[in-house]
Ligand binder design. Structure first.
Ligand code: GDP
Ligand code: ZN
Length: 303
């Protein structure tokens, strides 16, 4: 449920057991910098005399999301594992969420096999023009298989509908800072605002300073992971793969391109480019693709 680096809280029969990790859980030489992440299913033994536990095994992860380690280039930190749903909170303004941010997120989610729900927040404050932009985004993303919902944490719009989407799932909430993630979590379950005000989260002046993820139980079933300070998740080892296969609409058309390994950039008889011309593929999605492709190439030279 929670990790502070040396201690882990494990949910067991509705109780939380404070655990350490067995010493031979070495992370040296492994891809990940942390041996246990929130969302992991673990085995542990109770040390009766201390009333604490010792984690002895981490079960195979159904999926996980990672953040690249800042110091260790080729290693990654697991933010959360066994995620049923990633909520990407998007705002049209205050602050504006850029399409490249959304698309990078969707590529990561696809690579890590995590279902996504787009959540357009702050619908209470948009102008007519911004609402039109919102509709455009909805049609772009709904068409390629990503569901979306319009909400307002402030005016409590569609919060019940959002709760239904989270019911009995282990969800992670992500998005740029200021889009309303904390506000939404509080709107989903008012008890959680009390929990985030827990003394252990505060240092001195009452400022939220922890950067460790924590899972909260939602009152009507399900879990939600709060990842303070983490906007999205990064990709590890995508370089060798074909980026286009992580764009749903391109994957679908790939077999109609002349070349099986078409990059959809300069090749003749490319169905993706043809669809771009007819408007069946969105320009903003294609722009994101090109910019990610370029980074990918640059990344290769850097290595
Ligand atoms: P976080 O950084 O993503 O956790 O965002 P916060 O929950 O801290 O919200 C950032 C700011 O946006 C705060 O001032 C909130 O009051 C405001 N905010 C959050 N949700 C809404 C909303 O639905 N409508 C409006 N108008 N403001 C909101
Ligand atoms: Zn092509």
């Amino acid at each position: 449920m929670k990790s502070t680096g040396s201690w882990y809280e494990v949910l067991h029969n509705e109780n939380r057991v404070k655990c350490r990790v067995r010493g031979n859980f070495r992370t040296k030489g492994k891809v990940f910098t942390n041996p246990v992440a929130v969302g992991d299913i673990v085995d542990f033994i109770i040390k009766k005399e201390e009333n604490t536990g010792l984690i002895t095994k981490v079960h195979e992860r159904q999926n996980y999301i990672v953040r690249k380690s800042i110091n260790l280039r080729h290693r990654a930190h697991i933010i959360a594992s066994n995620v049923d749903l990633a909520l990407l909170v998007i705002t049209i303004s205050s602050p504006k969420t850029y399409p490249i941010f959304i698309d990078r997120f969707l590529v990561s989610a696809k690579a890590y096999n995590i279902p996504v729900q787009l959540v357009f927040n702050k619908v209470d404050l948009y102008s007519k023009k911004e609402l039109a932009q919102l509709s455009d985004l909805e049609s772009i993303y709904n068409k390629i298989g990503y569901p979306s919902i319009r909400v307002s944490a402030k005016e409590k719009i569609n919060i019940e509908e959002l709760k239904l989407l989270l019911k009995d799932k282990n969800s992670v909430i992500l998005g740029n800072s200021g889009v309303g993630k904390s506000s939404l979590v509080n709107a989903i379950d008012a008890n959680l605002s009390l929990k985030t005000a827990d003394i252990s989260h505060y240092h001195g002046k009452g400022k939220h300073t922890t950067t460790f993820a924590e899972i909260f139980q939602i009152e009507n079933g399900g879990f939600i992971t709060d990842t303070p300070g983490i906007k999205g998740f990064g990709l590890v080892n995508l370089e060798d793969e074909n980026l286009a296969t992580y764009f749903n609409e391109m994957l679908e058309l790939q077999s109609e391109c002349r070349y099986y390994n078409c990059t959809h950039t300069h090749e003749p008889d490319c169905k993706v480019i043809a669809s771009l011309k007819t408007g069946d593929i969105s320009e903003s999605r294609y722009r994101s693709y090109l910019s990610m492709l370029e980074e990918d190439v640059i990344g290769k030279y850097r290595n």
